[in-house]
Design a protein around this ligand. Structure first.
Ligand code: PMP
Length: 445
């Protein structure tokens, strides 16, 4: 078929003609996904793929989960949306569940339609509460791409603008294995980061509103600080009255396996002052939100700040999805199957110069790639692996800092089975070996 009459190429051309140039598409021949079931999706040409990325973690449970589909269609058949000016039963129910799961005392919940908007709202709260537009964020962080979210996104490669309504100072701690503190043990790394935080605070006028941080940096390449880092930070933050905002958009709902929320790896710190969430809770429906102590949440002088946040149809999805997640102990599944997958990926990477590190928590696994024989991040390797894995019927993501997307991001739906984990690892092994060979390395047999 020629490009002119191939419906796939035609759609691609129409996409490019009418959508922004910066709306990036994966793959040399972009995918059109038409349907899904469980951990699999199908493209318009009928090819089936095992999905290890879940639409950047938005499909948390499974594609086309019958429980969620039923709840959504029943609600859609009654009413889709009216207004937050009226009582909304599904919203109250989901807020009650999320408040009690959050661990935040006297919690109030506000729903948005995305993670970006959730972080915007958290900043609105923190800056109003503290009457300051100074905030701290982590180097290499990603929090969204609205006007304020780009202002707290330290990862330049994922931030389309450097203009911001905030005065932001960036601190160390999100990335463990590169940068000035690489190589330090847990205690040494934590002490160095706390000293850095204190140094940065010393350069302010003392009225910083909040520190916002992802417990595991997602877009930045699934990097984790040592457990307890945020507990250590919190001691310093509290001396200055600074709020701690935990961005749980990727780490929430049990994905990290050992914990329901990412902040719980820093347990001694207790819950954050503000928690933001999104992505997986709707299993594909557009839900985000903020949880905060009533005192912080209620500092705004507002009637509401969103028309669609808490829309009954999205809340129906959230309620059904959360019930399924808890009933089926998907956090436990993330721990068990994620642990096996991590081990398996470490085994298949042994002897490959293209792999610098395989790391992760639960079903959030990063494979950092370099040019074989060097320590240089290799976006080329990531592209080769993505393309080869796709040919082998596996979808994965990529991310990372240092101005490159050189880390493979693996974050399947939390119902992943052991057999599927094995199947995906086998495809990845072939793809990693292809990258190694193509980039001049010599994979061990
Ligand atoms: N915070 C984090 C940690 C994220 O990973 C993302 C999305 N990748 C966002 C915020 C923004 O969420 P959304 O794309 O739903 O606006």
């Amino acid at each position: 078929m020629t490009a002119q009459n191939d419906p796939h190429d035609d759609l691609h051309a129409r996409h490019r003609a009418v959508l922004p140039d910066w709306l990036a598409l994966y793959y040399d021949r972009p995918l059109e996904i038409t349907h899904g079931e469980g951990r699999h999706v199908w493209d318009a040409e009928g090819n089936r793929y095992l999905d290890f990325f879940g639409g950047i973690l938005t499909t948390m449970t499974a594609h086309a989960l019958p429980e969620v589909a039923k709840a959504v269609s029943e609600q859609a058949g009654r009413i889709l949306h009216t207004s937050t000016l009226y009582l909304d039963r599904p919203m109250v129910e989901l807020a009650e569940r999320v408040a009690s799961l959050s661990g935040i005392p006297d919690a109030r919940v506000f729903f948005t339609t995305s993670g970006t908007e959730a972080n915007d709202t958290a900043l609105l709260l923190a800056t109003a509460y503290r009457q300051s537009n100074q905030v701290l964020a982590m180097r290499n962080s990603y929090h969204g791409r609205s006007f304020s979210a780009v202002g707290i996104t330290g990862n330049r490669s994922w931030s389309p603008s450097s203009l911001s309504p905030l005065h932001t100072l960036y601190v160390h701690g999100g990335v463990r294995t590169r940068g000035p503190f690489a190589g330090l043990d847990d205690a040494g790394f934590t002490a160095a980061c706390v000293a850095d935080l204190e140094d940065v605070l010393g350069q302010t006028h003392g009225n910083v509103a909040a520190l916002i941080a992802e417990p595991v940096q997602g877009v930045g390449g699934f990097t984790s600080p040592p457990d307890g880092l945020y507990a250590a930070f919190r001691e310093t933050l509290q001396q200055h009255g600074i709020l701690w905002i935990s961005d749980e958009v990727q780490t929430g709902w049990g994905r990290t396996g050992d914990h329901f929320w990412g902040w719980q790896a820093h347990d001694a710190a207790g819950p954050p002052d503000v928690l933001t969430f999104a992505k997986g809770i709707g299993n594909g429906m557009s839900i985000g939100g903020v949880v905060a102590r009533a005192e912080v949440m209620n500092c705004l002088d507002a009637n509401s700040i969103s028309t669609f946040g808490g829309s009954p149809v999205t809340m129906a999805a959230g309620n059904a999805n959360l019930a399924y997640l808890l009933e089926h102990d998907l956090q436990g599944n993330a721990r068990r199957v994620g642990g096996l997958l991590l081990e398996r990926l470490r085994a298949v990477s042994a002897g490959l110069g293209v792999v610098r590190e395989v790391r992760g928590r639960g079903l959030m696994i990063g494979v950092e790639l370099v040019l074989p024989g060097t320590d240089a991040p290799s976006p080329e390797a990531a592209s080769i692996v993505l393309e080869t894995a796709r040919e082998g019927g596996l979808l994965i993501g990529k991310g990372g800092g240092h101005a490159t997307a050189s880390v493979l991001r693996i974050a399947p739906p939390l119902t992943l089975t052991v057999a599927e984990a094995e199947e995906g690892a086998a495809v990845l092994e072939r793809a990693l070996r292809a990258a190694e060979t193509e980039l001049g390395g010599t994979p061990a047999p």
